[in-house]
Design a protein around this ligand. Structure first.
Ligand code: FES
Length: 341
């Protein structure tokens, strides 16, 4: 399961899109059902009823906050345990459970673990933490799906030299204004605990943008000099094969005027859309080994990501627990308690 993306934490939806009504969401080829229980805690199961394998997302929340399958009404708790089998009071319910998926709700998003025994917690960058001046920030969440492999989208997000071309009238405008045909771009790439970071320097100009890669699938771009903060973060979430869910998070510490916010938010969505046609045109769909495409010095960040993906994630998969027996870690996660940062 979760082929080529196993044992990773990834956000899947903004918290505001997780409601009492069960919702199907596909992550790395696996369909999940997400909903909120009576106490408002998020729950996540594989979207497959253990009885006849239909989608649990067609069902509804039970009075107790669990999930009732639409087909024959079997009921499951948020940990996947089978709670009720109509017309079969003697049924061995301990062997009839659905499969719970480890999850957390952090930073305004629902995260899932693409495996069944997480040994780590999601990494939250500073602008998503609630304890570090979050009240000073205006955050915005947006998501949509593209017809692209997530690795192509991820590379696009880590690719600085495309800014003055794809984003010529938005975030690439200033690079375009300063660049000449003999200009050089310098990246001071530094490894971090989560991936790498670099500032992009054009000729002798001070770096005007700072970009971070957070393994496995996120990019943060800072486009405003301190003390201002204008941060654009994207998560490239593998969905169905050949589809990627682009989850955009922005945070800024200025223009808190509610009248100005919609315009700035629309601009950031527009910037995201500027990338879409280029990324969706990629052929082959998934990033190939580096030597299969011609590269230059300024491709270093994308090649670093590509090497990591092909080495660490490609070919990975997770084995589900035995039917009806969610592991302790998944059951713990099902409590919806926030994990560490
Ligand atoms: S298929 Fe779900 S209860 Fe029968």
């Amino acid at each position: 399961m979760f082929a080529d993306f196993a044992d990773q934490w990834t956000p899947v939806l903004p918290s505001s899109d997780v409601r009492a009504k069960p919702r199907r969401v596909v992550v790395a080829g696996e369909a999940l059902v997400v909903w909120r229980d009576n106490a408002g805690r998020a729950a996540v199961l594989l979207d497959r009823c253990p009885h006849r394998s239909v989608s649990l997302a067609l069902g509804s929340r039970t009075r107790e906050g669990g999930l009732a399958c639409k087909f024959h009404g079997w009921e499951f708790g948020t940990d996947g345990a089978c709670a009720y089998v109509p017309f079969n009071p003697q049924a061995p319910r301990e062997r009839l459970g659905a499969t719970a998926v480890p999850h957390r709700e952090l930073g305004g998003m629902l995260w899932v673990y693409t495996g069944f025994d997480p040994q780590t917690e999601p990494y939250l960058p500073e602008h998503l933490r609630d304890d570090e001046g979050a009240e000073q920030l205006t955050r915005f969440y947006y998501h949509e799906e593209w017809d692209a492999h997530w690795t192509r989208a991820m590379e696009n997000m880590l690719d600085y030299p495309h800014l003055p071309f794809v984003h010529r009238n938005t975030i690439g405008r200033f690079v375009r204004a300063k660049a000449t045909r003999s200009s050089r771009l310098i990246f001071d790439l530094t490894d971090t605990a989560q991936g790498f970071r670099f500032g992009a320097q054009l000729d002798d100009h001070e770096p005007s943008a700072w970009l971070r890669w957070l393994r496995p699938n996120s990019m943060i771009l800072d486009v405003a000099p301190e003390p201002r903060m204008m941060r654009i973060q994207t998560y490239c979430i593998p969905a169905e094969p050949g589809r990627v869910r682009m989850l955009l998070v922005t945070a800024r510490n200025f223009s808190r005027n509610p009248l100005a916010s919609p315009a700035l938010d629309r601009l950031n969505v527009f910037i995201l859309h500027q990338d879409r046609a280029v990324v969706e045109s990629s052929d082959p769909v998934e990033v190939p080994p580096g030597k299969h495409e011609k590269s230059v010095r300024t491709d270093r960040p994308t090649l670093e990501f590509r090497s990591w993906y092909l080495r660490e994630l490609k070919g990975s998969s997770a084995a589900p627990p035995a039917p009806g027996a969610p592991p302790a870690s998944a059951a713990r996660a099902g409590s919806g308690e926030a994990g560490g940062r």
